[in-house]
Design a protein around this ligand. Structure first.
Ligand code: ZN
Length: 323
């Protein structure tokens, strides 16, 4: 199977039995980790509210000292010094952000985490060995620690008094659980492109990323590369309900499987995402994979027909003929 790496179309595989191993290898090249999305972050917030709400920060340590790669102090009042002595009041999720409220009056003080691809929180005892790439440690009065680690240092921890000052925050669309079918229909109208790209766009709805978009589209039986303009009213309605049910079910499963371990990211239960070559849970067809723009898309070509697969397939074939 040919693979292009010179433009946005990298490869397109509908695995016959012989393709499976090569597609897995290609994924190994492209796939660097799983970005936390709504279900994981929702459960992380539940755990943090149980475990650290009401606790006071004794001190904050940033590693390496002075190397503030992930920390953005938008208050310009000092990250460590502003946080020491403050108490975690509430911990909430908005989209793919986690918002720690430390103070409401006289002026709000908020710590906001955008974990991006590899940023992870961890609850630990001080005696526990520091994991690699631990970048910030919040020491709590109770003796425990909240740690932030990030393999690729892509995540950001903002200290702010105003959420609107955080990049990508103000343009965020509504939470998926907060919109009605009618609002969903209205919001999706201005978008004309491929449906997966729309679902993952934070300005449409917040909190859905690459992985859960695949799961939602499989649940709705819609090919990820179909254009929004090709979807019928019934398909839009099916998609709306798939968004709700897929995310809601996932929150329940993640809650069970994560327990108190907020550094874990249970995803084995997925139907299609990262399941290339494995049987579709609905009809047994080997799961297909498309790689474009450094993102993996998995789907079932039997129960999610259509899209641009024909065109993309012929592009790949032409490559092969040239080679
Ligand atoms: Zn299927």
């Amino acid at each position: 199977m040919a693979a292009r790496r010179d433009n946005s179309l990298l490869f397109c595989i509908s695995p016959q039995a012989s393709d499976v191993y090569s597609s897995v290898n290609i994924i190994g090249v492209l796939y660097n980790g799983a970005m936390p999305e709504l279900p994981e972050l929702e459960v992380v917030c539940e755990v943090l509210n149980r475990r650290i709400a009401g606790q006071t920060i004794r001190s904050v340590r940033v590693f390496p000292p002075g190397g503030l790669v992930v920390v953005r102090d938008l208050t310009h009042e000092g990250f460590e010094v502003s946080l020491a002595g403050k108490t975690f009041k509430t911990i909430e999720r908005r989209g793919k952000f986690i918002i720690f409220t430390l103070q409401v009056e006289p002026a709000p003080l908020l710590l906001v985490l955008n974990p991006k691809l590899t940023g992870r929180l961890q609850l630990a005892s001080p005696a526990e060995k520091k994991k690699q790439k631990t970048l910030v440690i919040f020491e709590l009065e109770s003796g425990g620690e909240l740690r932030f680690r990030d393999q690729k240092q892509m995540g950001q921890l903002y200290l702010t008094r105003d959420l609107e000052t955080i990049p990508d925050f103000s343009g965020m669309g509504p939470e998926p659980f907060d919109i009605s079918l009618e609002q969903f229909r209205e919001r999706i109208k201005p978008y004309h492109g491929e449906i997966k790209g729309i679902l993952t766009r934070g300005s449409f709805v917040a909190g859905i990323g690459n992985a859960y978009a695949d799961e939602i589209l499989w649940a709705a039986r819609i090919h990820p590369y179909r254009k929004r303009t090709s979807l019928t009213a019934v398909e839009i309605e099916t998609l709306y309900h798939a968004v709700q049910s897929t995310l809601m079910n996932a929150v329940g499963i993640v809650r069970d499987q994560m327990g108190e371990r907020i550094d874990l990211e249970p995803r084995e239960f997925f139907a299609v995402h990262m399941k290339t070559g494995q049987p579709c849970p609905r009809d047994g067809t080997p799961i297909s994979v498309i790689g474009a723009n450094q993102r993996i898309t998995n789907f079932c070509r039997t129960c999610q027909p259509g899209g641009l697969i024909k065109g993309m397939g012929s592009a790949v074939r032409k490559d092969k003929e040239k080679a």
